[in-house]
Design a protein around this ligand. Structure first.
Ligand SMILES: *Cc1c(COP(=O)(O)O)cnc(C)c1O
Length: 338
């Protein structure tokens, strides 16, 4: 049976061949511990990220995926006496890292588009709040915040509250008003920007993510970081991936085409969805999505039910190659016509 997996927002083109080659080249030296400081990758990242604003290597914290960084943030800044704010239907890891350190979660009502309502989030800030998590764009909704809206929010947040802007899908977004919040690190000492090699760079299996923040905040995060949290293969592959801009451009182009293909197909079928700028899209079936998810499985198509995000009527579909998207749409037609 032909199987198409569109469930985990992975890159349908796979990793950069240069990244694979780089990982292979260090595999034979696996008796060696990785560089705990991640010097080469941080140097490459600093050079790459400094295109927008100067970033120094001591502003960077490497993680075993950005999930690891999110957990470090919780361990560095949250306690059972404090709380964190995030939006309803935001990334599922935020409540998990809060729970892990015993901190309270304050969940803000979402906006009309299922996205972040920054006014509602600001209204939850009280003396107990130490961290605010914002996913831009958000998973699983694909919604995003403009430069003006996010900047105005940051101006309002007290200095002693950390604002995490999770930009896991940054590379995919081509909207003119989409902010590069890393350019604001000099203006906000409480800002942490997280990104990952799991999505557009196609290295989810190797687990490499990072945070960029002020030197002082990066120092705190690095104090709770396990010394060898990123392995040698991941470090080498990530450095090489940064160099392969052709692969990244092709990834983004493939995604924009696939997104357009899916949205057109949904429109043609009168199916509702949340407009997305990520490499995935949340389809609104207007009824419980679980039976449709299960029927799709029987057709060989794996998508993601998001009832655990409080969205029982939606299915999150990762944008695949054109043929994969079509395979999904054909299966969906068969399932929905029954
Ligand atoms: C996928 C994703 C991540 C990245 O997770 P990794 O641990 O880096 O693989 C982070 N934030 C959001 C919102 C995501 O969807």
């Amino acid at each position: 049976m032909h199987i198409v997996k569109l469930a985990s927002n992975e890159n349908p083109l796979g990793p950069s061949p240069l990244a694979v080659q780089a990982a292979r080249a260090v595999l034979g030296d696996s008796q060696l511990y990785p560089d705990g400081a991640g010097f080469e990758l941080k140097t490459a990242l600093a050079a790459n990220l400094s295109r927008q604003a100067p970033i120094s290597i001591d502003q960077i914290t490497l993680g075993n995926g950005s999930n690891d960084v999110l957990e470090m943030i919780a361990r560095a800044f949250l306690t059972p006496e404090t709380s964190a704010v995030f939006s309803r239907h935001a990334f599922a890891i935020y409540p998990i890292v809060c729970q892990a350190v015993g901190a309270k979660s304050k969940v803000a009502p979402c906006g009309a588009d299922y996205g972040h309502d920054l006014a509602e989030m600001a209204a939850l800030i009280d003396g107990s709040v130490r961290v605010i998590f914002i996913a831009n764009p958000n998973n699983p909704t694909g919604t995003w915040l403009t430069r003006a809206a996010l900047r105005a929010f940051l101006e309002k947040v007290p200095e002693n509250v950390i604002v995490v802007v999770d930009e896991a899908y940054f590379e995919y977004v081509k909207e003119a008003e989409y902010p590069d919040s890393m350019a604001w690190l000099n203006d906000f000492a409480n800002l942490i920007v997280t990104r990952t090699f799991s999505k557009a760079y196609g290295l989810a299996g190797l687990r490499v993510g990072y945070a960029v923040a002020s030197v002082a905040v990066a120092d705190l995060l690095n104090r709770v970081r396990q010394p060898f949290n990123v392995n040698s293969l991941g470090l080498a592959a990530a450095v090489a991936a940064l160099d392969d801009s052709d692969h990244l451009n092709q990834t983004v182009e493939t995604n924009l085409k696939g997104l357009a293909q899916l949205m057109e197909a949904f429109d043609a079928r009168g199916l509702a969805y949340i407009p997305s700028v990520g490499n995935f899209i949340a389809l609104d079936l207007g009824r419980p999505a679980m039976p449709v998810y299960e029927a799709l499985l029987r057709e060989g198509v794996i998508v993601r039910p998001v009832a655990n995000y409080g969205m029982p009527n939606h299915l999150r579909v990762t944008v695949g190659l054109m043929l994969e998207n079509q395979f999904f749409l054909d299966a969906l037609d068969r399932v929905l016509s029954v």
